[in-house]
Design a protein around this ligand. Structure first.
Ligand SMILES: Cc1cc2nc3c(=O)[nH]c(=O)nc-3n(C[C@H](O)[C@H](O)[C@H](O)COP(=O)(O)O)c2cc1C
Length: 204
């Protein structure tokens, strides 16, 4: 069952006290056992419009140096999935790639294209703006899991092809941080090999 969006507190007003911490065994369990859903393992339902509003609101609470909001969301759902796939098919190299491109957004009921709008700024390095877009993607994934959806963060050739980005409506300086596919998982994922964090940790 997907959690009702009404279970999520409303957005706090500016200067209202917020949570510096919130002990939550459920959050820790979610992070300890989090797994993406393979894109071939999605079915309906995706988020309702009300759920999607909440998910995007929570995603947008990612850390953001300089309050720039250097990202934007493009929701690809319903018939929009075929339109977006057709846009990619139109810039595909051949008929076979075009057929694959048409399926890109049909595999899950709901997708959010998270677009990094990072641009030169007097104080905030573009790198930090890109990192903020990555944090938005992860926030969205975690929020979706907590709402009862499976999710998967994918990129692929379209993210690195200027014609494909234009076909999807991006400006020249914009980049795709990820396609976050969401829906109901048809299979329970099993654990996979993890990077050994101990081998990647040193101390000063
Ligand atoms: C920026 C980014 C792009 C990704 N793009 C792809 C992709 O195109 N194809 C893919 O199979 N996995 C991709 N992944 C990896 C999956 O999202 C996922 O993390 C991976 O399958 C491991 O599963 P887990 O999230 O359960 O650890 C990407 C991850 C990140 C952070």
């Amino acid at each position: 069952m997907s959690l009702s969006p009404t279970a999520v507190p409303p957005a706090p007003l500016e200067d209202e006290p917020c949570n510096a911490m919130l002990e939550s065994a459920e959050t820790l369990t979610l992070l300890a056992r989090r797994r993406s859903t393979k894109v071939v393992h999605f079915t309906t339902p995706g988020p309702t419009p009300e759920q999607a509003d909440v998910l995007l609101r929570l995603a947008a609470r990612a850390p953001d140096h300089g309050k720039l909001g250097p990202w934007r969301f493009v929701v690809i759902e319903g018939e929009g999935r075929a339109r977006a796939g057709e846009a990619l098919a139109g810039v595909s190299a051949d008929a076979q790639s075009a057929a694959i491109a048409r399926e890109t957004f049909m595999r899950a009921p709901f997708c959010v294209m998270v677009v990094s709008t990072a641009a030169p700024h007097a104080k905030i390095p573009e790198w930090e703006q890109c990192l903020s877009a990555g944090a938005v993607c992860q926030n969205l994934l975690i929020a979706a899991h907590a709402m009862g959806f499976g999710g998967c963060w994918l990129t692929g050739w379209a993210c690195y092809d200027a014609r494909a980005r234009t076909a999807l409506g991006l400006a020249d300086h914009e980049r795709i941080a990820g396609f976050i596919h969401l829906g109901a998982p048809t299979e329970i994922p099993t654990e996979r090999v993890r990077a050994d964090w101990r081998q990647r940790m040193t101390r000063f």
